[in-house]
Design a protein around this ligand. Structure first.
Ligand SMILES: Cc1cc2nc3c(=O)[nH]c(=O)nc-3n(C[C@H](O)[C@H](O)[C@H](O)COP(=O)(O)OP(=O)(O)OC[C@H]3O[C@@H](n4cnc5c(N)ncnc54)[C@H](O)[C@@H]3O)c2cc1C
Ligand SMILES: O=C(O)[C@@H]1CCCCN1
Length: 408
């Protein structure tokens, strides 16, 4: 068969997940093509920006387990490329002490022997200056958590992929995917044939999967990425080891999170873990700022050293599970069925139900960057038909038949 194909594998989408998948495939001597619709680097998907949080603090054991190895893989990439991608700052987790969300994170960390420090009201401000701990809130620090240098990481993994002989073609949009024992991929510039294809198209995943007769219950949401000015420059700075933070509840709404000032001197990034649904091709057509009102109240209340008005607002997209159906479209591939499902915030990592040589990674729901190296490894294992290194049942599409619950 190999004489009939241009590549062993084609990966569609050069965000963090596609880039790590391509890199892992090239490491396994697979002739791999990585296709990207925009000129790289770009700011239209989910993987741009300078920083992301890396942490083991999760409600579910399976994420914490995966992160054990993932830290190793990040360190391996740093060594291989001679580049620094991670800075340890710790992650301060705050939330109503008795709430389920806060307790689940604490239990997972303790059960898995992740180094943590539990803070109390008396020693809190000694450890974490310039933050007010709300009445009734508990606080703990996931000590090995920190900041990933996201843009740099993306560039690094793409460069390492090319060093291994991989090919990247950017400014080349995939317009059709034709399933079969050999998959035919049509782009704005040509036609390629490969033994297998990986779809890691972020907010555009469903548009591509439609060509294969599959639709996932994904919703695309625009996030207002807000930066807040320090009243005294440096007071929330990464160099002072000010931690990342996660507030599991504020005014009974969704999580609020932040990273120490780093990329823009004097500005700290604090965002709301939610936004309004959008079309990824018209991201900036309308902007809903109701999340910014919540953030302003949160900053005024908990971060007295910041001006409670965002100095800079940027945009980024989350792709999560929203609508409650997975559809296998009727027509050439399988007669259509519709299932009623419950959405969750877990990733979707699986093989196409009708075409096992089409693999996809989608729905990273605003928390997938830190997992990039392990997602790349897992999607590569699915392509090669190997037993996945982790139990993928939380991530398979068949879970949509089960009752699921939200996770962060
Ligand atoms: C504001 C914000 C904060 C976040 N914070 C964190 C954090 O602190 N920690 C963390 O771990 N994660 C975080 N995340 C989540 C993380 O960034 C995402 O989960 C991750 O970037 C998703 O990567 P991806 O590769 O799936 O998608 P993308 O980065 O969107 O990549 C998909 C790529 O596919 C390309 N593509 C699509 N269609 C086609 C086509 N037809 N042809 C060719 N190419 C195509 C797109 O152009 C794009 O480049 C955050 C996300 C946001 C938005
Ligand atoms: O993945 C993370 O660590 C953060 C936490 C809060 C929501 C955005 N992503």
């Amino acid at each position: 068969m190999s004489t009939n194909v241009d590549y062993d594998c084609i990966v569609i989408g050069a965000g963090v997940q596609g880039s790590f998948t391509a890199y892992q495939l090239a490491k396994k001597n697979q002739r791999t093509l990585l296709l990207e619709q925009f000129v790289l680097p770009h700011t239209r998907g989910s993987s741009h920006g300078q920083t992301r949080i890396i942490r083991k603090a999760y409600q579910q054991d399976f994420y914490t387990h995966m992160m054990e190895e993932c830290y190793e893989l990040w360190a391996q990439l740093e060594r291989e490329a001679g580049v620094k991608l991670y800075r340890q700052t710790g992650l301060l987790v705050m939330g109503p002490e008795e709430s389920q969300g806060y307790q689940m994170i604490k239990n997972t960390l303790q059960k898995n022997k992740v180094p943590i420090e539990i803070l109390n009201r008396d020693n809190f401000s000694q450890h974490i200056p310039n933050v007010n701990l709300a009445l009734g809130d508990g606080a703990m620090v996931d000590i090995t958590a920190g900041v990933l240098y996201a843009d740099r990481a993306l560039k690094t993994v793409q460069r390492q992929f090319e060093k291994l002989g991989g090919v990247i073609r950017d400014n080349e949009q995939v317009t059709d995917v034709k399933p079969g024992p050999v998959v035919t991929v049509t782009t704005s510039a040509g036609v390629y044939r490969a033994k297998s294809v990986v779809v890691t198209a972020g907010p555009w995943a469903n548009r591509l999967l439609a060509h294969t007769g599959l639709q996932l219950p994904l919703t695309v949401v625009k996030i207002n990425v807000c930066y807040w000015k320090e009243k005294v420059p440096g007071s929330y700075n990464v160099k002072q080891r000010f931690p990342c933070f996660l507030l599991t509840e504020f005014e009974e709404t969704k999580d609020i999170y932040g990273l120490p000032s780093n990329e823009y001197p004097g500005l700290m990034k604090i965002c709301y873990h939610g936004g309004s649904e959008t079309n990824p091709d018209q991201r900036d057509k309308t902007t809903n700022r109701s999340d910014i009102d919540i953030l302003q109240r949160c900053v005024a209340c908990c971060f007295p050293g910041l001006v409670p008005e965002p100095a800079v607002v940027e945009s980024c997209l989350y792709t999560g599970l929203g609508v409650v159906t997975v559809r296998i479209l009727g027509g050439a591939y399988r007669v259509g069925t519709t299932q009623q499902l419950t959405p969750d915030h877990h990733f979707v990592l699986d093989c196409h139900p009708s075409h096992s040589n089409i693999v996809f990674g989608a729905g990273f729901s605003g928390h997938g960057f830190k997992f990039g190296p392990i997602i790349g490894k897992l999607l590569c294992e699915l392509v090669l038909g190997e037993v996945p290194s982790y139990d993928l049942s939380p991530f398979r599409i068949r879970r949509f038949q089960d009752k699921t619950k939200s996770a962060l």
